[in-house]
Ligand binder design. Structure first.
Ligand code: 1HN
Length: 354
């Protein structure tokens, strides 16, 4: 018997054995070890950009297809091309563009996954979280913590669009998904708009009040405040070669991230800035607010460069080296699963190509 025949016999024997053990819901680790443990992360999601100027009219058309009330939430999900059918923009996070038209109401419900909103266009719409309304303007960052009642409404005159980010894929893998519908269309009105921001958003807090949840009690971070901060700091702060001027949204009562499962950032990249190559294990979803530039994502030979401008959305998956180059002064929002990875001791970064 030559060695080849011997090999074939061996593999026939093995596959017979594998089908025997499969009947008992068992599988050989030795056939899987190499793809289970890779020297570096290998994720299915791929770098991708959604060009808002290209998809805006399709998004607005969804208002003719279905009402917000019928849809419950009228959202076009942004599905990563590497994860089709998964309702995921990256391995751990969900992204979608939500449209609300004047006069519409998206009815009250609550769920265990947490949500963030980043406003893309329009004004006059609000979201209510446990009865407190927040009117939303482009560039505002708004949080809907896990298991809080929320509904959306629109008292203005133009379409309003925001980017939804949820930790659904992460919560789903754990299994802890719950949803409940409120018995009326809207949750009863509670504190006046802006109440939480006055209470906790001015570096003070009411005496005797201890934070009750893992979430920031400020659930709206208005763009005008964040933008002004970036503007002031950019005059006095040395730029980070990898991040430009990057600020994290925090919970003022703890100093930690604003949400327990999603990290959120706003970043200024001056005109003509070229960042150094950077990679980290967090999967990032970006949406520029102002300005324009490019992002180059990937390794040797397999790089992709995307042109971006305000309102686009793009993804940098886990462990992809990337760098930015701007043609205008730019402000960019991004969110990721960094906070989860840090809590689990899994987050890593690599600066430069070393
Ligand atoms: C949801 O409740 C909202 O409340 C948006 O606006 C997107 C995606 C999946 C599941 C629930 C919202 C959602 C969602």
């Amino acid at each position: 018997m030559d060695s080849n025949t011997e090999g074939n016999q061996l593999s026939a024997e093995r596959s017979e054995y594998y089908s025997q053990i499969q009947k008992h819901s068992m599988a050989p680790l030795w056939e899987n070890l190499n793809h289970l443990l890779t020297p570096e992360p290998e994720v299915k999601s791929v770098p991708h950009l959604w060009d808002y100027s290209e998809l805006r009219s399709l998004l607005l058309e969804s208002a003719d297809v279905i009402s917000a009330a019928e849809a419950e939430r009228r959202v076009l999900m942004l599905e990563n091309p590497g994860l089709p059918g998964n309702c995921s923009i990256t391995e751990s996070l969900y992204g979608g563009l939500q449209l609300i038209m004047p006069g519409e109401i998206a009815p009250a419900h609550r769920h265990s996954p947490a949500a963030l909103r980043f406003i893309i266009e329009g004004s006059g719409a609000y979201t209510s979280v446990n009865g407190e309304k927040t009117f939303m303007e482009p560039g505002d960052f708004v949080i809907t913590p896990s298991w809080t009642w929320h509904d959306h409404g629109h008292e203005g005159t133009e379409p309003v669009v925001w980017l939804d980010g949820l930790d659904i894929p992460l919560v789903r893998v754990i299994g802890s998904i719950f949803v409940e519908h409120y018995h009326e269309e809207q949750f009863p009105e509670g504190p006046p708009p802006g109440d939480s921001l006055s209470r906790f958003g001015n570096n003070m807090r009411p005496v005797g009040v201890m934070p009750e949840s893992l979430n920031s009690p400020i659930f709206s971070y208005p763009y005008n405040r964040s933008r002004e901060t970036l503007d002031k700091l950019s005059r006095t702060t040395e730029l980070d070669p990898y991040h430009g001027l990057k600020l994290e949204y925090i919970d003022p009562t703890s100093g930690g991230p604003a949400m327990p499962t999603i990290s959120t950032f706003l970043q200024l990249l001056p005109k003509g800035f070229k960042s150094e190559s950077y990679q980290s294990t967090e999967s990032l979803i970006y949406t520029p607010v102002e300005g324009a530039g490019t992002v180059t994502i990937g390794d040797r030979g397999k790089t992709k460069t995307f042109d971006w401008t305000g309102q686009d959305v793009f993804v940098v998956p886990c462990w992809y080296p990337h760098h930015f180059q701007t043609t205008e002064e730019s402000v960019v929002f991004c969110f990721s699963d960094k906070v989860v990875q840090e809590k689990l001791g899994l987050w890593r970064e690599r600066r430069g190509n070393a």
